[in-house]
Design a protein around this ligand. Structure first.
Ligand code: MG
Length: 159
């Protein structure tokens, strides 16, 4: 049965995954408002993945007879200064999500909760992929800078 610090930390992670989802959904709105439909499509896909992460944790807590705590989800930004700023923000969010997962693994090991440790490995792998994936897009938007044609091509690729 899940309880104590590990349960609290998993509930915090659940909330954080929903926050990440919300953050990407806000990005979809922003990219749509900038007429970047490919970027919007990408942000929507990221939103769906973050929901999947949240629901995975939700099910794991239930499977181990823990109590799910659904907390307030922090408000995401309404807009970003530029598409580059938005992608930079997504990259920082992914880095902090990785940090949270790593801390959670440390806690699970310290508490000798091997089931949680094994469960979290999937998240450790996902975060490696996410950081690399968002990092790639960040490199591209930084390379493109103010070049409108470059943005047009990247937007088309992301769509
Ligand atoms: Mg996630």
């Amino acid at each position: 049965m899940l309880k104590g610090k590990v349960l609290d930390a998993l509930n915090s992670q659940l909330n954080h995954e929903f926050h990440s989802a919300y953050h990407y959904l806000a990005m979809e709105c922003y990219f749509r408002s900038e007429n970047l439909k490919g970027f919007a499509h990408w942000a929507r896909h990221q939103y769906e993945e973050e929901c999947e992460h949240a629901l995975k944790i939700y099910s794991f807590i239930h499977d181990r007879d823990g109590k799910v705590k659904l907390d307030l989800i922090a408000q995401p930004p309404e807009a970003w200064e530029s598409p580059i700023a938005a992608v930079e923000d997504a990259f920082c969010e992914e880095q902090s999500a990785s940090e949270m997962i790593n801390n959670l693994v440390d806690l699970a090991l310290a508490e000798r909760d091997h089931a949680t440790d094994i469960f979290l490995r999937w998240f450790v792998e996902r975060q490696v992929e996410e950081e690399s994936h968002v990092g790639d897009i960040l490199n591209k938007v930084q390379m493109i800078g103010d070049d409108k044609y470059g943005m047009f091509l990247l937007d088309r690729d992301l769509g």
